[in-house]
Design a protein around this ligand. Structure first.
Ligand code: ATP
Length: 489
């Protein structure tokens, strides 16, 4: 008989350092030393990327453990802590019925871990910890990945559960992430949802904060050697993407569609000695945050897929950020390709008024009245809420033909050039009085690199954790969140 208990943690790190996934591996040590075994792979769950409280990637962690006899279950290695392997079992489906004294004592140990080793005390770090035998429905995840999840709702959700213990510091906002992560991790597999994996390796403490030894050539070779991996290298900007830029304990992280393939990464990268490594299952690269939304219904802090017609050519403001006005009937929105999206900005710049586009991205409007675009600042709308879609992808639905007139029509009678008789009305020969419509003139047709029906994505350096890279299309490990039939689950 196997009894399952889930553990979730969030908001334990700060901008200055720390790392929630590292704290998870410290929690795995506690489990090992307390006679608990790990079920399947710990989860790294990314939540609403537009939320103002996040410091970096808005990631929460969750894992499933059990006490009791797991001897009959198949196992595999999902990580290592120093010389000790993290052995995971394949089974993980059900929670146990109730928390017992062992679970309570485990909770106390995790509580001490969060109190001692989180970055609490730094601005904006409000840790949360949940130990539970209850199932948190998928709706909690959907809310946490797509909307603003109120903190009060997190408290009432936790208080209603009968077999749940929780702890937090500061405002305890991290509890929101814990609930979202539980809602995903407990249900993604039974609901057949798309998911990915990431292997993260960690540095020895003496290296934390020091420069990482980056190996661009080897990282470039990961793509052909491990075809199920993605976002290893930004070939356009010539930058490896697997090393973080922060002083955190992470040495590298490689993402992929198959966790068995990820195990090979350690043998391929010739790095400094790792202190530990762990494979995670994740909602990264799934587009779970994006919701098809008509342009008039776009709300702040949401992430949308919406359609419209380009109203004006793009303009670039100080800092190299490119803005484009797109409308659908009376409703309009600004699509933004910020400077970090690099070459993707050229796609936005190549759009002309009249082009039909589908926009993918997060909405993070300014609530306050901003300066007008003419002043070289962010655009402003009269009602004070500037709807700006921070573009992640853009699809060209229909391209207009951009023409520049080379010359007026030639009169077929006297072979002289006709004169215009008004804008858009046509031409007439002064001598012969023969008329021609607008099409009679000669035009230069602008050739544009944009391809109708094609989707373009931001450069790898600017890709969000949740964004599905185009290379994953067709390689999904399950259904899109929007395809799930929630009523039958
Ligand atoms: P990481 O560095 O681990 O990638 P982060 O530092 O960017 O993540 P957190 O430290 O997890 O982000 O901080 C994000 C905070 O926002 C957490 O307290 C989390 O609980 C909270 N949060 C996450 N999603 C939502 C949401 N949809 N609504 C409200 N609060 C949220």
């Amino acid at each position: 008989m196997v009894f399952y208990t889930y553990v979730a943690m969030d908001d334990t790190d700060s901008r200055e350092g720390g790392c929630t996934t590292y704290l998870l591996t410290r929690a795995l040590e506690i489990c090992r030393d307390s006679g608990y075994s790990i079920h399947f792979i710990p989860g790294l769950v990314r939540l609403n990327p537009n939320i103002p409280y996040k410091t970096r990637g808005n990631g929460a962690v969750v894992f499933c453990v059990s006490r009791g006899n797991t001897g009959g279950l198949d196992t595999f290695t999902s990580g290592a802590i120093g010389e000790d392997l993290v052995v995971s079992t394949y089974s993980y489906e059900k929670c146990e019925e109730f928390l017992d004294d062992n679970d309570r004592s485990l909770f106390q140990k995790f509580k001490r871990l969060v109190d001692m080793e989180s970055s609490y005390g730094h601005d904006g770090t409000n840790p949360g910890l949940v130990v539970t035998c209850d199932n948190f429905g998928i709706s909690h995840y959907i809310r946490a990945v797509r909307e603003v999840y109120p903190l009060e709702m997190a408290f009432s959700t936790l208080d209603e559960k009968r077999n749940t213990l929780y702890h937090g510091l500061g405002s305890m906002r991290g509890l929101v992430g814990c609930i979202g992560a539980l809602g995903w991790c407990q249900n993604y597999r039974s609901m057949g949802m798309d998911h990915t994996y990431e292997i993260i390796s960690y540095r020895k403490p003496e290296f934390w904060g020091k420069k990482r030894d980056v190996e661009p050539d080897i990282v470039r070779s990961l793509d052909p050697e491990l075809p199920g991996t993605f976002n290893n290298y930004d070939f356009v900007n010539d930058k490896p993407l697997i090393y973080p830029n922060t002083p955190c304990p992470v040495l590298f992280g490689v993402r992929g569609n198959d966790y068995r393939e990820l195990s090979r990464v350690r043998g391929m990268l010739d790095t400094e000695e790792m202190e530990r490594w762990q494979i995670f299952v994740s909602n990264q690269g799934t587009d779970d945050h994006l919701v098809p939304t008509p342009l008039e219904e776009i709300n702040n802090y949401g992430s949308v897929i919406t359609e419209g017609t380009v109203q004006e050519s793009s303009f670039t403001i100080k800092g190299g950020h490119v803005f484009l006005k797109v409308a659908d009937g009376a409703n309009s929105v600004y699509a933004a390709a910020f400077e970090p999206t690099k070459n993707f900005r050229n796609i936005v710049r190549a759009l002309y008024p009249g082009d039909r586009v589908r926009l993918y991205g997060g909405v993070k409007g300014d609530e306050k009245e901003a300066d007008a675009p003419s002043k070289g600042m962010r655009p402003a709308l009269a009602d004070g809420f500037v709807k700006v879609i921070n573009l992640e992808k853009l699809e060209i639905l229909q391209k207009t033909t951009k023409l520049t007139k080379i010359s007026n029509p030639i009169c077929p009678g006297c072979k002289t050039m006709m004169k215009s008789i008004g804008k858009g009305v046509g031409y007439r020969c002064r001598k012969c009085h023969i008329r021609s419509d607008e099409e009679g003139a000669s035009y230069h047709v602008f050739h544009r690199v944009l391809v109708e029906g094609k989707t373009y994505e931001v450069d790898g350096v600017a890709m969000r954790h949740l964004s599905k890279p185009l290379v994953r299309i067709g390689k999904e490990n399950g259904k899109k969140l929007s395809e799930i039939d929630f009523f039958n689950n």
